[in-house]
Design a protein around this ligand. Structure first.
Ligand SMILES: Nc1ncnc2c1ncn2[C@@H]1O[C@H](COP(=O)(O)OP(=O)(O)OP(=O)(O)O)[C@@H](O)[C@H]1O
Ligand SMILES: [Mg+2]
Length: 332
């Protein structure tokens, strides 16, 4: 029997195989010939084409804001990734897989994941909500009596939840993530520098100079197109230049986190305040976000050692332990 954990992220798909560890992490996108279903490239190769293709190639993101919006492409993409990770269709039939799903995932989404499992020939599938996986991936000790609080910020979604092994006490799956910062940066650069930049460039700005420390002043040179003349132009963009749009996003996360904290019963609240907030997801890597949240919420915020891998590592821990799996999996 092969045991797998699969995190079909809005930005990055990750696959864990028991015995091997993380065997794949690739962008969740597919390049197709426009107007057809003819696939030209998948994953890393497809992402490289973003913004560089002529109009006859379209980049499809089968998972948008943590929802499977294109089941056919999701199946093509995941089958390709499984195969690339050494899980051939023949092996897949003998596989037991755990899918990471958003906090509060409804049956409609679980049905889509179920069908995806079938299309990819997976032997059996289970669903576990992201907050549990994030906590398990950070090696947190979960119990029935000791609630913990997790915030996972992905590319297209954010999961915020207080929970124990007994279940989610209060939680929410939001359709905002790091991608919202990227589009904010595009608008900000357009306004400040009269320059149009692409999504890849704005993501690069976010991960290199984006910071919530007001004292940071890194710069990164971007190439774009002058909005008035249409000519190519380069500009050095600094941390303060994009501070406002990074802050707008952080404030939104803080607002929702406060909302969930306010819903907690008194005893849970005491335990959560003692333990603090555990932050994961690629979006959690935004420079200074942990300190910014800690200051705003007056709570300890601990960033995972490997923020972007916490959920898939937790998936591995879950599929490798029948007791944990039985406790945290969704009844479907
Ligand atoms: N160093 C960094 N600083 C800020 N953001 C980062 C950094 N590295 C990656 N990211 C962002 O993390 C996001 C991807 O994180 P992750 O892989 O956790 O998302 P996902 O699981 O694919 O998406 P989701 O959970 O929303 O479905 C992207 O928006 C990416 O730009
Ligand atoms: Mg994720």
């Amino acid at each position: 029997m092969i045991k797998l954990a699969i995190d079909l992220g809005s930005s990055v798909t990750k696959i864990f195989r028991i015995g091997s560890g993380v065997v794949l992490a690739e962008p969740s996108c597919v390049a197709v010939a426009s107007g057809t279903a003819n696939v030209k490239a998948i994953g890393e190769e497809a992402k490289r084409l973003i913004g560089k293709t002529a109009e006859y190639t379209t980049i499809v993101f089968p998972v948008f804001e943590a929802d499977i919006v294109n089941e056919e492409m999701a199946a093509i993409m995941l089958s390709y990734f499984l195969n690339k990770a050494g899980v051939t269709p023949k092996l897949a039939r003998r596989a037991e897989a755990v899918f990471a799903v958003p906090c509060g995932a409804q049956d409609e989404l679980l049905d889509k994941y179920y069908r995806l499992g079938e299309k990819c020939s997976l032997g059996s599938v289970h669903f576990v909500e992201v907050p549990f996986l994030s906590a398990l991936g950070q090696n947190m000790m979960l119990s029935e009596t000791n609630p913990v609080f997790v915030v996972d910020i992905g590319g297209g979604s954010t999961n915020i939840a207080a929970f124990s092994l007994d279940g989610i006490i209060a939680g929410i799956g939001l359709n905002i993530g790091g991608g919202n910062i990227d589009s904010g940066i595009i608008d900000c650069v357009a306004e400040k520098f009269n320059l149009k930049i692409g999504l890849q460039t704005s993501e690069k700005l976010k991960t290199t100079v984006g910071s919530l420390y007001t004292s940071d002043n890194e710069t990164f040179v971007v190439n774009g197109r002058d909005i008035s003349t249409g000519r190519p132009r380069s500009v050095a963009v600094s941390s303060p230049d994009i501070y406002d749009c990074v802050k707008v996003f952080a404030d939104k996360i803080i607002e929702y986190t406060s909302m969930i904290l306010a819903k907690l019963p008194a005893e849970v609240s005491a335990s959560v305040w003692r333990g603090g907030i555990f932050l994961s997801g690629g979006g959690g890597k935004l420079i200074g976000l942990d300190d910014y949240m800690a200051r705003a919420l007056q709570m300890d915020v601990t960033l995972a050692d490997e923020p972007q891998m916490a959920v898939i590592l937790g998936g591995g821990r879950t599929v490798g332990n029948d007791d944990i799996l039985e406790t945290v999996r969704i009844d479907y």
